[in-house]
Design a protein around this ligand. Structure first.
Ligand code: NDP
Length: 448
C-alpha cells in the first residue's frame, strides 16, 4: 500500500471544496485544501453574498420612494457608495473567517497558495512543495469569460464590480443573463444610467418567456436601456477618462464603467490535469460521472469546474455526495431534476421545473394557470408594477410540472413551492390548500 501524505487533497476552498473537506474529515479522512485566493470561493467572496447585500442596499431607493405614500416624510437623503461597498467588504471578511474556522474546527489543513496536479496522486504547491494524496478533489470553480474585442482591457467583470472606487454615473453592461440583470437592477436603483447590450434578442435565456417579458417591461419603465442583437464591437478611452462603447449597429454610448457578464468558464487552465490522463471538455470542464469521478479514478471534481449546474447549493450537494461516497461508505448521486433558481433582479424572478415552452415540447397536453396581479403594497404606493405567477400542469396526471414567478420576494415564495414540485404534487393539492391572506404567495393556491 503506498503511503500518502493525505487521504484527500482538495484544490479550491469554495462552496463545494469546503463542504467536501469538512465532511470527508468528519468521516475520519486526513484532509488538506489549497486555495490561491480567499477561503469561501466565488459565492462568499465575489458572488452571491456580496451581490445580495448590494441588492438589499440598492432596493432602499424604491422603499424610500414608496414610503411617502405610507405617511412618512423623509428629510434630505443621500447615498454613500463607499460606505455600502466597505460594509459589504467587511461582511465578506467576517464570512471568510467563519469558513476558515470551519476548516480548523474539522482539522482540515489549509494552504493559501495555488496547487496543481502532477499525476493521479500528486500535487505541487506554488511554494514548490510536493505532496501526495490517495484522492484529489478538483473544486476550482469558474472564471468570468471576457469576449475578444478591441478595448476589452477597459472593461470589468463581476470580479471587480464590488470594488469600484466610485459609483459610476453611466454603466454599460454586456450580457443579459444572471449577473447582467442583477447588476442592472442594482445600478439602476442607485440612480446610475444603465444600458444593457446583448448579442441575442432576449434576456435570461432559459427562464419562462412571460416572466422575462414582464421583467423587460418593468425595467424599461424604470429607465434601463436595452440594445439587442448588439454586442460590443469596441471600447475606447476618451480624453476625459470616460469610455466610448460602440455596439453593433448603434452609435457609441458614453460610459464610466463597462461591466461584462457573458458567462463563466471552468477554472482549469494550467491545473495539470493532463498529467493524470484527464482530457478537458469543450468548455474547459472536468468531465465526471454520476459520482463526480473523472477519467482518473483517484481524481474527482465538483461544482462549477464540472460545468453542470453553476449554482452554489448544487456545488455544496456535490461536495457532500463526493465525501459520503468516497469516505462515508454511502454511494450518493445528485438528483438534478427540479432545481429551483432565482435572479435577484428588481423585481426578482424565480422558477422551478419546466417552463411552459419546455412542457409543451415534452408533454402531450398541458394546462397553464397564471395570476397577473398588482401586489397590495405596490397598489397603495401607486407603483404600477405587476407580479406574475404561473403554474405549468400536466393535463393528464394533474401534476404541477413547473412554478414560475416574478414579483416582490418571488425567490422567498418559490423555495416553498419548489418542495411541492419536487414532491410531485398535483394542481388539486395546490387548490386544496387554504390561502394565507393577505399575501402575494396566496396567488399560488387561487389560480383557477
Ligand atoms: P449567463 O450564462 O447567465 O448569461 C450570459 C449572457 O451573456 C447571456 O445573455 C448571453 O447571451 C451572453 N453571452 C454569452 N457568451 C457571449 C459572448 N461570447 N459574447 C457576447 N455575449 C455573450 O452568465 P452570467 O455571466 O450572467 O452568470 C454566470 C453563471 O453564474 C450563471 O449561468 C449562473 O449559473 C451563475 N449565477 C447565478 C446567480 C443566481 O443564482 N442568482 C447569480 C449570478 C450568477 P444569450 O442571450 O445569447 O444567451
Amino acid at each position: 500500500m503506498p503511503d500518502y501524505d493525505y487521504d484527500l487533497f482538495v484544490i479550491g476552498a469554495g462552496s463545494g471544496g469546503v463542504r467536501a473537506s469538512r465532511i470527508a474529515a468528519s468521516h475520519g479522512a486526513r484532509v488538506a485544501v489549497a486555495e490561491e485566493f480567499r477561503i469561501g470561493g466565488t459565492c462568499v467572496i465575489r458572488g452571491c453574498v456580496p451581490k445580495k447585500l448590494l441588492v438589499y442596499g440598492s432596493q432602499f431607493a424604491h422603499e424610500l420612494e414608496d414610503a411617502a405614500q405610507f405617511g412618512w416624510t423623509l428629510g434630505a437623503m443621500s447615498f454613500d457608495w463607499a460606505k455600502l461597498r466597505d460594509f459589504v467588504a467587511s461582511d465578506v471578511d467576517r464570512l471568510e473567517q467563519a469558513y476558515t474556522a470551519t476548516l480548523d474546527n474539522n482539522k482540515v489543513e489549509h494552504f493559501h497558495e495555488r496547487a496543481v496536479v502532477t499525476g493521479p496522486n500528486g500535487i505541487r504547491l506554488a511554494s514548490g512543495r510536493e505532496v501526495s494524496a490517495k484522492h484529489i478533489l478538483v473544486a476550482t470553480g469558474a472564471w468570468p469569460v471576457m469576449p475578444e474585442f478591441p478595448g476589452n482591457e477597459h472593461c470589468i467583470t463581476s470580479n471587480e464590480v464590488f470594488h469600484l472606487a466610485e459609483l459610476p454615473r453611466r454603466v454599460v453592461i454586456q450580457g443579459a443573463g444572471y449577473i447582467a440583470m442583477e447588476f442592472a437592477g442594482i445600478f439602476n436603483a442607485l440612480g446610475c444610467q444603465v444600458t444593457v447590450v446583448n448579442r441575442s434578442d432576449q434576456i435570461l435565456r432559459g427562464y419562462d418567456e412571460s416572466l422575462r417579458d414582464r421583467l423587460l417591461q418593468i425595467t424599461m419603465a424604470r429607465g434601463i436601456d436595452y440594445r439587442f442583437n448588439s454586442p460590443i464591437e469596441r471600447v475606447e478611452r476618451n480624453a476625459d477618462g470616460t469610455l466610448a462603447v460602440t455596439t453593433k449597429g448603434h452609435d457609441p454610448v458614453t460610459a464610466d464603467t463597462v461591466l461584462v457578464a457573458t458567462g463563466r468558464r471552468p477554472n482549469t487552465q494550467g491545473l495539470g490535469l493532463e498529467s493524470a490522463g484527464i482530457a478537458l471538455g469543450s468548455n474547459g470542464e472536468v468531465p465526471v460521472d454520476d459520482y463526480n469521478r473523472s477519467a482518473c479514478s483517484s481524481i474527482h471534481a465538483v461544482g462549477d469546474v464540472t460545468d453542470r449546474v453553476q449554482l452554489t447549493p448544487v456545488a455544496i450537494r456535490e461536495g457532500q455526495a463526493f465525501a459520503d461516497t468516497v469516505f462515508g461508505g454511502k454511494p450518493t448521486t445528485i438528483d438534478y431534476a427540479n432545481i429551483p433558481s432565482a435572479v435577484f433582479s428588481q423585481p426578482p424572478l424565480a422558477g422551478v421545473g419546466l417552463t411552459e415552452a419546455q412542457a409543451r415540447g415534452a408533454f402531450r397536453e398541458i394546462k397553464v394557470f397564471t395570476s397577473d396581479f398588482r401586489p397590495m403594497k405596490n397598489m397603495f404606493a401607486e407603483r404600477a408594477e405587476r407580479g406574475l405567477y404561473k403554474l405549468v400542469v400536466d393535463a393528464v396526471s394533474d401534476k404541477v410540472l413547473g412554478v414560475h414567478m416574478i414579483g416582490p420576494e418571488a425567490p422567498e415564495v418559490l423555495q416553498a413551492a419548489a418542495i411541492a414540485v419536487k414532491a410531485g404534487l398535483t394542481k388539486a393539492d395546490f387548490d386544496a390548500t387554504v390561502a394565507l391572506h393577505p399575501s402575494m404567495a396566496e396567488e399560488l393556491v387561487l389560480m383557477r
